[in-house]
Design a protein around this ligand. Structure first.
Ligand code: HEC
Ligand code: HEC
Length: 249
């Protein structure tokens, strides 16, 4: 699953680059009347050209977090969505699209995309009156408390891969460092908050018998983050794998 995810990322990034180079038009097809790329303001065109390869044609079912999730939109809000498009990230797996940040989109296009996402996929009643924890973490997380919160809120669907005796579960191994290398802390937080409704992961309100608190969420992310860091620190360096002289034998 991890290798698969990585390959799909590489393919998506590759096709994105090819698309920029070729102007996203099928070879031999007569183009529409020339519109300069930075004049395109139609949400559907902008989304299809820039976002669909990773976030899915219809805003879901892609390799990256769904945009067609009203709970995600209600919590993140238009400004945060615009900032992610402009600057890339929050981790390193999404490119920056704003011209100021080395991309190809004007501020007006970035805003048209963010606004279009909210209009197309947002819903005023998405939170049904509940107050959600903030989109971005404001507290300091406690990894040890996060391990316990994982057992309460996550382990019924995601096996803790550090626990050899844990029973297999239906959802992916989110404690696996290879998986964690491909997802940022912010993206884990967003996934916990907004869930993956198409795939059977509920939002923060319905993961356990009561809604997760900001503290629970921050702690779980801190624990997962510490697992990623520990694996990274333990990766042997080139010199320790092949000491001088070894290869001659
Ligand atoms: C090459 C794949 C790729 C493309 C193309 C891409 N994204 Fe992303 N996007 C990602 C990934 C991966 C993440 C998760 C970021 C992370 O955690 O590092 C992400 C994150 C985001 C987020 C923030 C999610 C959060 O957790 O708050 C938003 C908003 C977003 N993308 C919107 C867009 C829009 C709109 C476009 C088109 C302009 C776009 N993305 C194009 C891969 C992509
Ligand atoms: C009711 C079952 C359920 C619970 C509880 C649950 N998840 Fe999920 N989760 C899923 C499913 C189903 C998916 C999508 C399929 C997959 O990735 O395996 C998913 C996907 C994810 C992903 C994205 C994986 C990817 O490939 O992008 C993350 C991260 C995640 N869950 C973290 C958590 C964390 C952390 C908790 C606890 C706070 C949690 N989940 C609780 C069912 C659940």
């Amino acid at each position: 699953m991890n290798r698969n995810r990585k390959t799909r990322f590489v393919l998506a990034v590759g096709s994105l680059a090819a698309c920029f180079a070729a102007g996203c038009r099928a070879p031999g097809m007569p183009g529409p009347p020339e519109v300069r790329p930075d004049q395109v303001m139609d949400f559907n065109v902008l989304y299809k050209q820039n976002c669909a390869s990773c976030h899915g044609e219809q805003g879901h079912g892609g390799i990256a977090i769904s945009m067609a999730n009203p709970v995600y939109i209600a919590i993140a809000g238009e400004q945060t969505i615009a900032r992610a498009i402009d600057e890339g990230g929050p981790g390193e797996l999404m490119p920056a699209f704003g011209k100021k940040h080395g991309g190809f989109l004007t501020d007006a296009q970035v805003n048209a995309l963010a606004q279009g996402i909210v209009t197309r996929w947002g819903r005023a009643d998405a939170l049904a009156g509940a107050t959600a924890p903030p989109d971005a973490a404001t507290l300091a997380g406690d990894p040890a408390a996060g391990k316990a919160a994982f057992a309460t809120y996550c382990a019924r669907c995601h096996r803790d891969t550090n626990d050899r005796n844990a029973k297999p579960r239906n959802a992916g191994p989110v404690t696996d460092p290879d998986f964690l290398a491909l997802i940022s802390d912010q993206n884990i937080r967003s996934t916990i908050l907004a869930g993956k409704p198409d795939e059977g992961m509920p939002d923060w309100r319905h993961l356990g018998t009561q809604p997760m608190s900001d503290r629970d969420i921050t702690d779980v992310v801190a624990w997962l983050s510490s697992l990623r860091d520990a694996a990274h620190a333990a990766t042997p360096t080139q010199t320790s794998i092949a000491p001088q002289g070894e290869q001659k034998r």
